[in-house]
Design a protein around this ligand. Structure first.
Ligand SMILES: [Zn+2]
Length: 244
């Protein structure tokens, strides 16, 4: 079944949802509400359209509440302008953005104490956003590579250090493809070190268990016993972390 859009009716409200085939051998329909309110329903190949509708309808109230909360949180996030004084998150800490106009050859991006200083020849929102985004990407590349090496070495199953790629995603922190390639959202580098470790551990567990089966969660709990609390705090900050 291809990714496609369907609708759930809950009282007066119509909520769209996407259907996605389960990656593994999971037998049940799983419903995810992403931090921005997008609903994704993971279904086993054997499920009929009627089975899916029934499963979604059964959890209509839960879906409605979660979508409502997610949208409300998103509305409160201010649109970024990339001007001096704005808050910049990096590894869970807050820095203050300082923008300076300089000649082209003096362009730089540097952390200095509590400041992220961006010196650039253009000081438009678009130009500074692009510079900061590139800086996050570079930091993410280095930090994630380092943490994947450390965490993979502590887990018994990775034969070698898994490779990963960065991809900006609106609703996900990371994914693990069936072939084992891990994809991480560079904006995750804004989150706390513990949150980053959680996402990496989650994806490394998918190298053993490719779905969200009970075996997967068992493995995850063994690898990071406090993962649920870490995930909760990461999800609570999602709308701020993903705001770009
Ligand atoms: Zn997963």
């Amino acid at each position: 079944m291809a990714h496609s859009e369907h609708f759930l009716r809950y009282g007066e409200v119509v909520i769209p949802y996407k259907i996605k085939p389960s990656a593994g051998r999971s037998e049940s329909v799983r419903i995810h509400v992403h931090p921005d309110g997008i609903v994704e329903v993971e279904v086993p190949e054997s499920a009929s359209q009627a089975d899916i509708s029934k499963a979604v309808q059964k959890r209509a109230r839960w879906i409605y509440d979660n979508v409502h909360d997610a949208k409300k949180r998103f509305e409160h996030v201010l649109k970024r302008e990339y001007v001096s004084g704005e808050q910049i998150l990096y590894l869970g800490r807050r820095y203050s953005l300082k923008v300076r106009q300089v000649p082209r050859e003096e362009r730089s991006v540097k952390l200095k104490g509590a400041l992220l200083e961006v010196a650039h020849n253009h000081v438009s929102t678009a130009a500074i956003r692009a510079r900061v985004r590139a800086w996050y990407r570079m930091k993410a590349q280095n930090y994630f590579a380092q943490r994947i090496t450390v965490i993979a070495s502590r887990l018994p199953w990775p034969q070698e250090v898994p490779s990963f790629q960065l991809k900006e995603m609106k609703t996900r922190w990371g994914t693990c493809a069936a072939g084992g390639l891990i994809t991480l959202n560079p904006f995750l580098v804004r989150a706390s070190r513990e949150s980053i470790d959680y996402v990496i551990t989650h994806e490394l567990c998918h190298l053993r268990e490719h779905n969200h089966s009970p075996d997967f969660f068992h493995l995850l709990s063994r690898s990071m016993p406090q993962w649920e609390a870490v995930k909760r705090s990461l999800d609570e900050k999602a709308e701020i972390i993903l705001n770009d």
